[in-house]
Design a protein around this ligand. Structure first.
Ligand SMILES: [Fe+2]
Length: 243
């Protein structure tokens, strides 16, 4: 499986607090069946507390540890970019990062409300050649109140990334049933872990989400969510919504 959304870097954001905890998390991800993990630290934390260069160095050191532990999991760089009016400028300045240096970027919409810059900024990113991969739309009020808005974004070419924990009830019953609706109606193209900790509610248990998706939409479509679609995004070759 290929995980596009994770918080695995130590001491950067609200993910692991130490290198040991990072390695425990990566080991848990590997046991879950994840082959490639994109580190997506919060853009705000990277730039306000550290820097992109520092964060890339943390990832490089972690890759060395993973190699010396003989874990068959690959770590690559990304970022969770919260949407703000200056997001296009942040990409131009190299302060926001895409997924594995492709044209796909993980974008987090505001959790609450519907600020007036949302549509225009998403469109501007697309005009600049960046395809937004919308992080956990099932947890975003704008989408919860108006699922048709997600459909509109998808029809404009954006990608919808649901979180495995949402599908197994880690964020409550309402989010679970809403996620089931999105998955069933083909309004989810990728499922990721959004893991923060080795154990508990924010663990990298993508396999459990996969099993839940399997029961809902069958093996072939469930595999699209965790294998084919995220893999082709990481490779930069994803072209269409194939669910
Ligand atoms: Fe996240």
């Amino acid at each position: 499986m290929y995980d596009l959304h994770s918080h695995i870097l130590p001491g950067i954001d609200d993910g692991p607090r130490s290198k040991n905890e990072s390695l425990e998390l990566i080991l848990a991800a590997s046991r879950s069946g994840i082959k490639t993990l994109i580190a997506t630290p919060h853009m705000k934390d990277v730039n306000e507390k550290r820097s992109v260069r520092y964060t890339q160095e943390v990832l490089r050191l972690l890759q060395q540890d993973v190699k010396s532990l003989n874990l068959s999991i690959r770590l690559k760089m990304g970022m969770e970019n919260h949407l703000a009016p200056n997001t296009p400028d942040m990409f131009k300045a190299g302060k926001s990062l895409t997924i594995n240096s492709t044209n796909f970027a993980l974008i987090e919409l505001p959790f609450f409300g519907y600020p007036d810059y949302v549509d225009d900024t998403l469109q501007e990113l697309q005009q600049n050649g960046i395809t937004p991969v919308l992080a956990h739309p099932e947890r975003i009020e704008l989408i919860q109140n108006n699922p048709a808005k997600l459909e509109q974004f998808v029809n404009q070419g954006m990608v919808s990334q649901v979180t495995s924990g949402s599908l197994i009830g880690q964020f409550g019953k309402e989010v679970k049933s809403f996620t089931e609706m999105l998955v069933t109606k083909g309004m989810a193209h990728v499922m990721s872990s959004d893991c923060h900790r080795p154990f508990g509610r924010r663990a990298p248990d993508l396999h459990v989400g996969y099993q839940a998706a399997y029961r809902l939409i069958g093996e072939a479509k469930a595999k699209m969510l965790v294998c084919h679609n995220p893999k082709s995004i990481i490779n930069g070759t994803y072209t269409s919504h194939t669910l």
